[in-house]
Design a protein around this ligand. Structure first.
Ligand code: NG6
Ligand code: CA
Length: 502
C-alpha cells in the first residue's frame, strides 16, 4: 500500500473518523445556564414544572445523559470551557471575587479566538465571572481591559461578576455603559462608611432576606457580596437581566445573520438571588427557583425563535448546558427548600453545586442542528471542556501547539454521528481549592479526597451503572481497580495535558 494511502487508512482508524468538518461551518450558539441541575428541566424528568422550549430543543436534537461541565462551580467551568484546560491545573481559578482581575490572560487560545480565526464573528452576552482588568483591580470608571475582547470575543455585553456580587451594573465592551462621571462607581471589600446601609445594619429593609453571606451593600432591596456606591444610572434591576440578555442577543444575531457567528449566551438564571421578571413570578409551585427556570426556558425559546425567523435553523448549531449542578439555599431565604416538594433538582444523581458527586457536574446537555443532527439521545460522555477542540474541528481550524490541553475533539459524538464515541475518561472537580477530584472512566467513578495531615488521599469507588446515586462505596472490595484508577488520576494531574496527541 503506498505510504499516503496507508496514512489515510491509519488516520481513519485512529479516531480522526470521529472528526466532523463542515463544508459550510455552522453558526454556533452555546447557551450556558447557571446552577441548573440534571433534573431541573422537564425533558430530563422534572414533573413539577415545564420547560417547553428546552424540551423542543432536545426533541429536535441530541439529549445527552452523560453530559458534563468540568467543575461544580461557575468560574472553573467557564475557565475550562473557554480555554479547554482543566481549571485545577491553574491555581486561582476558583469562584472569582468581585474585584478579581482577568483570569484568562490576553493571547490565550480560547473557543472564541479559534472561531474568530475561522472567520466567525464572536460575542459573549450575560454572566462573565472570569475577572476583568489588571492588578490591583478592575478600573470600573475607566477602561475595563483585559477582558473578553482580549481573548477572542469581538463584542460583549456582560454581568461582570455574578448577580449576587457587586457592582450591580452592566459592562459593554470595555466600559460600564451610562455611567455618570459625577456619580463614579466605588467598589470595595469593606463598607465605605459606618452608616453605609448593608444587609446587616439595615436587614429589616430587605425584600429578599439572606441566610448566609450576602449581607454587604443593598441594591434593589437585596444584600450583595461586597460593597459598592455610585453608578446609580448604570445599575440594573435583577428582574430585567434576562430581558437584557435576550434583547442584546437578538440584535446581535440580526446584525450578524450572514454569519458565521459564535454567541456565548451566558444566562444568569437560575443563580441567586433568584428574582425573575415579574411576569414569571408565581408561575411555578416551586417558588422563585422554579420561576427562574421558567424564565431561563423563555430565553432559550427566544433565541431559537430568532434563529428560525432569520431562516438560520439549518445553519446553526445550538448547545445547551449548565455551569454546575443545583443548589437550593445558596445564601438567600427564597423558599427554594420550603417549596421543593418532591422535585429532584439533580434527578437521580447525588450531590450538586460544590460537590464531586455526579450531581455537581452532570447536567442537562443538548446539541441541536436541524438537518445535521439526527434527533435522539446519547449516553456518550461529553463535557463543556470539549467544545473548544470540537468546534475547531467543525469550523476547520487546527489547534495551535500547546492549546486546549484537555479539550477532546468530540465533534462526531456531539453531532451524533454513528460510531463516534465520547470520552473514555473525565476528571470532575469542585471549586478547585480542596484538591478533591472525581475520575470517571467508563462505568466507574473514583473519588479522591485529600486528608489533612496525611500524605495519601482517601479514595471512594462507585459503579455508576448499578449505583448511579453513588451510595455504595466499593473501594474496599476492589483494591486493584482503586489502585489502577488512582494511578491514572495522578498521572493525568501530573501531565501537561490530556488531549490525545497533546
Ligand atoms: C459562594 C456564595 C454563593 C455563590 C457562589 C458562587 C456565599 C455564602 N456563597 O461563595 O451564593 O455566589 O459563591 O456561585 O456568599 S457560582 O455559581 O458563581 O460559582
Ligand atoms: Ca454557577
Amino acid at each position: 500500500m503506498p505510504r499516503l494511502m496507508l496514512t489515510i487508512a491509519l488516520l481513519a482508524l485512529s479516531g480522526v473518523a470521529n472528526r466532523v468538518t463542515a463544508a459550510d461551518p455552522p453558526n454556533i450558539i452555546v447557551i450556558m445556564a447557571d446552577d441548573l441541575g440534571f433534573g431541573d428541566v422537564s425533558c430530563y424528568g422534572a414533573q413539577r414544572l415545564q420547560t417547553p422550549n428546552i424540551d423542543r430543543l432536545a426533541a429536535a436534537g441530541l439529549r445527552f445523559t452523560s453530559g458534563y461541565c468540568s467543575a461544580s462551580t461557575c468560574t472553573p467551568t467557564r475557565y475550562s470551557f473557554l480555554t479547554g484546560r482543566y481549571a485545577f491545573r491553574d491555581p486561582g481559578t476558583g469562584i472569582a471575587a468581585p474585584q478579581a482581575t482577568a483570569l484568562i490572560r490576553p493571547g490565550t487560545v480560547t473557543v472564541a479566538s479559534l472561531l474568530k480565526k475561522a472567520g466567525y464573528r464572536t460575542a459573549v452576552i450575560g454572566k462573565w465571572h472570569l475577572g476583568l482588568g489588571e492588578d490591583p483591580g478592575p478600573d470600573w470608571n475607566g477602561k475595563l481591559a483585559p477582558g473578553p475582547l482580549e481573548i477572542g470575543f469581538d463584542d460583549c455585553y456582560l454581568l461582570p461578576t455574578t448577580n449576587d456580587r457587586v457592582p450591580s451594573v452592566y459592562v459593554e465592551n470595555h466600559r460600564v455603559p451610562n455611567l455618570d462621571p459625577d456619580d463614579p462607581l466605588w467598589v470595595g471589600n469593606e463598607p465605605p462608611s459606618p452608616d453605609h446601609p448593608t444587609g446587616r445594619n439595615a436587614r429589616d429593609t430587605l425584600r429578599l432576606n439572606w441566610s448566609h453571606g450576602h449581607n454587604g451593600t443593598i441594591h434593589n432591596g437585596i444584600g450583595r457580596i461586597g460593597y459598592f456606591t455610585g453608578g446609580e444610572a448604570a445599575r440594573w434591576r435583577d428582574e430585567d437581566l434576562a430581558d437584557a440578555w435576550v434583547e442584546r442577543s437578538i440584535e446581535w444575531i440580526e446584525a450578524n445573520k450572514d454569519g458565521p457567528f459564535f454567541l456565548f449566551f451566558a444566562a444568569h438564571d437560575i443563580h441567586v438571588p433568584r428574582m425573575p421578571h415579574e411576569r414569571f413570578q408565581g408561575k411555578t409551585s416551586l417558588g422563585l427557583r422554579g420561576d427562574a427556570i421558567v424564565e431561563l426556558d423563555w430565553c432559550v425559546g427566544e433565541l431559537v425563535r430568532t434563529v428560525d425567523r432569520l431562516d438560520l435553523t439549518e445553519k446553526t448549531l445550538i448547545v445547551f448546558c449548565s455551569d454546575n449542578g443545583p443548589v437550593l439555599d445558596d445564601g438567600y431565604q427564597d423558599e427554594a427548600v420550603e417549596k421543593l416538594g418532591d422535585h429532584l433538582p439533580a434527578g437521580p444523581l447525588r450531590g450538586g453545586k460544590y460537590s464531586i458527586f455526579e450531581g455537581g457536574t452532570r447536567t442537562p446537555f443538548i446539541t441541536s442542528w436541524p438537518g445535521h443532527i439526527e434527533p435522539g439521545s446519547s449516553s456518550e460522555i461529553v463535557c463543556t471542556i470539549d467544545l473548544g477542540a470540537s468546534f475547531a474541528a467543525i469550523a476547520g481550524v487546527e489547534l495551535p501547539e500547546g492549546a486546549c490541553a484537555d479539550s477532546f475533539d468530540l465533534s462526531g459524538a456531539l453531532l451524533g454521528k454513528s460510531g463516534s464515541r465520547g470520552r473514555d475518561h473525565l476528571i470532575e472537580q469542585d471549586n478547585g481549592r480542596s484538591g478533591r477530584l472525581g475520575l470517571r472512566v467508563g462505568d466507574w467513578k473514583l473519588h479522591r479526597t485529600p486528608v489533612k495531615g496525611q500524605d495519601d488521599p482517601r479514595y471512594e469507588l462507585y459503579h455508576l451503572v448499578t449505583d448511579l446515586a453513588e451510595k455504595n462505596d466499593v473501594a474496599a472490595s476492589h483494591p486493584d481497580r482503586v489502585q489502577a484508577l488512582s494511578q491514572r488520576l495522578e498521572s493525568l494531574i501530573e501531565a501537561r495535558g490530556s488531549r490525545p496527541g497533546f
